[in-house]
Design a binder for this molecule. Sequence first.
Ligand SMILES: [Zn+2]
Length: 64
Amino acid sequence: MMLSCEQASKLLSEAQERPLKLTERAGLTMHLAMCQGCREFGRQVSSLRDLIRRSEDHDDTQGK
Ligand SMILES: [Zn+2]
């Protein structure tokens, strides 16, 4: 199974919202092993997620 860059970046975004299926994760891992562009994109997406998570943590403490 080979993903296109388009499919790979879509999965990288979706991985922030839902757990990926095993087949999706396997395909994505294989694609990232070969494609530096998507690895970079994945790094950007996960640093974005860290920022979001940090602000959610903040909201959570304020709520309690
Ligand atoms: Zn790619």
